[in-house]
Ligand binder design. Structure first.
Ligand SMILES: Cc1ncc(COP(=O)(O)O)c(C=O)c1O
Length: 348
């Protein structure tokens, strides 16, 4: 038994689509138009080699081997691929610990799978223990999603918990660690455990600390045999050439992330105590992430008030979260303006 046996039986022998390109000057094999309205070779599908080169660069960035990484059009696409590969509609499920990133349940439902949701305790800072995962687990669970640090609560599952879970659920479930925000944290990535566990998958993205949400670049990281199985089941020509080029250009600036994380930390250090000082905010959940999660009885009024003042913050549909808002941490100037506006809310 290995983690590969958790893949949907009908996809285990999936043959990859081979987009062969032998470099012949007369490309008459892909039904492309020989000319383009904008030049730059956009009439041609992107070459597989360009994605492979970007994958090698991302693998270097994340300190994994290039056969341990599959580039995706965003972490969201990575989540979608995992749902499709592992979950049989009407039979399998995912396990998540709410409040957490809403796309896990969104994509599970699209796949016709169910969601085992274990709500964490606000009074306990939404922390998560090994025993809670054990208690919530069910035989239908193929994928266990942990977000680290967690959007929106900033809760940070530590590497010893992840190690224990990988061992406990070996051959039973895949542990998916979504590290979309890990650059904001000083903790080591769960990729450091990759060589020990074949049931560990780590998701990364360039959308957050890399400042490239508009490019849509993510990575699925796992042991090589699992990455190969995912690769076999995904369509070709996924990344556009200009996107690959822009990502490569951005990655040349090796200090951007560090500087951005430091800048966000400055804003956070101003915002968190200021929010805590507002009498009508009951609790501020913060951590090494670029947002804060606040509890206030006035969440809905505050949302409209802030919108009137030119600020959009995030409210939640779930009835359990009606008294919470998530505020992304912006520039120091935005933080200062936000605090000014929030102080005016009291007087309303
Ligand atoms: C926890 C988490 N994972 C993944 C994503 C999606 O990232 P991407 O922009 O790469 O799809 C987000 C975006 O908000 C997120 O909060």
């Amino acid at each position: 038994m290995s983690s590969l046996d958790l893949i949907r039986p009908d996809l285990r022998n999936c043959a990859p689509y081979i987009a062969s390109d032998n470099g012949a000057p007369h490309r008459l094999h892909l039904n492309e138009l020989p000319w383009s309205p904008v030049g730059s070779g956009l009439n041609y599908y992107s070459a597989e080699e360009s994605s492979i080169k970007l994958e090698a660069e991302l693998a270097d960035l994340y300190e994994v081997a290039s056969n341990q990484l599959l580039v995706t059009r965003s972490a969201n696409e990575g989540i979608d691929f995992l749902m499709r590969l592992f979950l049989r509609a009407g039979m399998d499920s995912i396990l998540q610990f709410s409040p957490t990133f809403s796309m896990y349940s969104f994509f599970a439902k699209l796949q016709g799978a169910s969601v085992v949701d274990y709500p964490l305790d606000a009074e306990n800072s939404f922390s998560l223990t090994f025993e809670q995962v054990q208690a919530a687990w069910h035989a239908s669970v193929k994928l266990i999603f942990l977000c680290r640090p967690n959007n929106p609560t900033a809760m940070m599952p530590n590497l010893s918990l992840i190690t224990a879970l990988c061992k406990e659920f070996k051959d039973r479930s895949i542990i998916v660690i979504d590290e979309a925000y890990i650059e904001f944290s000083e903790e080591a990535s769960a990729t450091s455990l990759l060589n020990q566990f074949d049931n560990l998958i780590v998701l990364r993205t360039l959308s957050k600390a890399h400042g490239l949400a508009g490019l849509r670049i993510g990575s699925i990281i796992a042991q090589a045999p699992l990455i190969q199985m995912i690769r076999n089941a995904v369509p070709p020509f996924r990344l556009a050439n200009p996107v690959i080029e822009m990502a490569q250009k951005a990655l040349l600036d090796t200090t951007f992330v560090q500087k951005s994380v430091a800048r966000i930390a400055v804003s956070r250090a101003i915002l968190v105590p200021a929010l805590e000082g507002l009498s009508w905010i009951e609790k501020v959940y913060s951590g090494q992430i670029n947002s804060v999660f606040v509890r206030t009885m006035y969440a809905q009024d505050l949302l409209s008030y802030l919108f009137e003042k030119g600020f959009q913050v995030r409210a939640f549909n779930s009835p359990d979260l009606q008294h919470y808002l998530r505020i992304t941490i912006g520039t120091e100037e935005q933080t200062r303006l936000l605090m000014e506006v929030l102080e005016g809310f009291k007087e309303k």
